[in-house]
Design a binder for this molecule. Structure first.
Ligand code: CUA
Length: 338
């Protein structure tokens, strides 16, 4: 009887902790509600089971211990108990089937296909996220920001360029591995405007902890405006009458490239970036020659800043950039190194 009372109190405390304390981050997608409820139900069912099993184990270990002076011997033989065995097989079986059916229903619900789904390609690479919006009848829009319209279903198609990463937006409750060679998919329908963290949830190298990005959920009208703006080239191609691109234009390409491709790992005051995986370029660039800066970009391990390790910046980083972007970066970083 004492055991039952202790067990009941422990269960009640466990369930109360699970339900009263708000363990979840803000929810910002249609999928969040059903997933949180599923979590709560699993908690309510599993806490009493855990407490029951633990209480019986502790009770038996204490009550049937070998006492001082007692001779070591086997306990009295037991020849089965049909009633008990039927109960402890049937009850867990029924519970598991019920929970599995419920979980399956939730999964089917959150993975449901909708017409008018927005497809966003997510690309993971040490140590940054890139997004691409394949537009119907237009060229795809590439972005380092994840911008999403409120209340429209989104299908994320996730790819990895190098090693395994994991695309996770805690506020949407969705999470999917990014595996080289295959495209994985996950769906979410943002329901609340705001900024939400995107996190890499698979250890992928030295910069794993800083492999973060932001999901911006905006109104459909602002989303359309943003998408239209992204479709335009950031720099005017060639001025009237001028041949080629001026140094200022090249530096502007470099600055855009820096913010998009380097800022998640490097702090640079001029570009307004605050990455922390690599050296702070606001100070590290001072007095560097143009040749040194180019070498740092195309062969990152040739010279490694004191206090940092080789291999954190991917050796093939520059392969993700066009020749013009690299020239732009060199031009821009040289201009801010003075
Ligand atoms: Cu990418 Cu961890």
């Amino acid at each position: 009887a004492q055991m039952v009372i202790v067990g009941a109190i422990a269960s009640a405390i466990g369930i109360a902790l699970a339900l009263v304390i708000d363990w979840f981050p803000a929810d910002a997608a249609k999928q969040a509600g059903p997933i949180d409820t599923l979590y709560d139900v699993l908690m309510i069912v599993s806490v009493p089971v855990f407490v029951l099993v633990t209480t019986v184990v502790l009770y038996c270990a204490w009550e049937f211990r070998m006492r001082p002076g007692q001779e070591q011997q086997d306990g009295p033989p037991i020849h089965g108990n049909t009633r008990l065995e039927v109960i402890w097989t049937a009850v867990p079986a029924i519970m598991l089937v019920a929970l599995c059916s419920y979980a399956y229903a939730v999964l089917r619900d959150i993975e449901e296909k909708h017409p008018d789904t927005l497809v966003v390609n997510v690309s993971a690479q040490q140590f940054a996220w890139r997004y691409s919006y394949p537009q119907e009848g237009g060229r795809p829009v590439n972005s380092t920001m994840l911008v999403l319209p409120k209340d429209r279903p989104v299908l994320f198609k996730v790819r990895a360029e190098d090693v395994i990463h994991d695309f996770w937006v805690p506020a949407f409750r969705v999470k999917i591995d990014a595996v080289p060679g295959i495209t994985t998919e996950v769906r979410a329908t943002p329901t609340r405007t705001g900024r939400y963290p995107v996190v890499c949830a698979e250890l992928c190298g030295l910069g794993h902890a800083v492999m973060r990005s932001t999901a911006w959920v905006v109104t459909p009208a602002s989303f359309d405006r943003w998408l239209a703006r992204q479709g335009q080239p950031t720099v005017n191609a060639g001025g009237g009458g001028e041949s080629g691109r001026g140094g200022a234009d090249l530096a502007a390409v470099g600055r855009d490239t820096f913010i998009a491709s380097c800022g998640s790992c490097h702090t640079l005051a001029d570009a307004g970036t605050s990455g922390a995986a690599g050296p702070d370029l606001t100070t590290a660039l001072r007095g560097q020659s143009e040749a040194d800066i180019r070498e740092d970009i195309v062969d990152p391990d040739a010279r490694v800043e004191e206090g940092y390790e080789a291999g954190v910046m991917p050796a093939n980083f520059s392969e993700t950039l066009s020749a013009e972007q690299i020239d732009g970066l060199v031009s821009y970083l040289t201009s801010v190194s003075r």
